[in-house]
Design a protein around this ligand. Structure first.
Ligand code: DQA
Length: 146
């Protein structure tokens, strides 16, 4: 089983970015943890971060036919990007949306997601642990499919 983790804008700054909100784990640590967990679950995972909407769309398009499931924290693009939504729907790969923070407990503009209604599920509010929870949920979903 091949998975892809998509990290959107500003997530490259995790560890130093608003640590009270997003915690102190760096993106490198989060990716290393995802790879360890993936190994334990006997799945493969690639991780990709970009601050650019088009680069995220390109990476999602490249996954078509090669990837079984996607973990996506699109950062602020979650709340703005029809292009990322369209890319995820175009490749027709099941995805889990996740966030470190509980977006529903924050500003009103973070309450809407362009991705959530077509996601397998959404995990938010558990800090860096959201990634591991999302990975487990996605793998369980994919394994349960007929
Ligand atoms: C975030 C939440 C978004 O609203 C924000 O723009 C981010 C991070 C999170 O993981 O909590 O960049 O996706």
């Amino acid at each position: 089983m091949q998975l892809l983790a998509i990290h959107g804008p500003n997530l490259n700054l995790l560890g130093s970015r608003e640590p009270g909100l997003y915690g102190t784990a760096s993106l490198e640590q989060i990716d290393a943890d995802l790879r360890r967990r993936a190994e334990t679950l006997a799945v493969e995972i690639d991780c990709f971060q970009s601050n650019h909407e088009g680069a995220l769309v390109d990476r999602i398009q490249q996954a078509r036919g090669r990837v079984d499931g996607i973990l996506v924290n699109a950062g602020a693009y979650t709340h703005t990007s029809i292009a990322i939504r369209d890319a995820l729907l175009a490749v027709a790969i099941p995805y889990v949306e996740l966030h470190l923070s509980n977006t529903h407990a924050r500003e009103a503009f973070r309450h809407h997601s362009y991705l959530a209604d077509r996601a397998v599920g959404v995990i938010c509010g558990f800090g860096a642990a959201s990634y591991g929870l999302a990975l487990e949920g996605l793998v369980a979903h994919l394994r349960a499919r007929p």
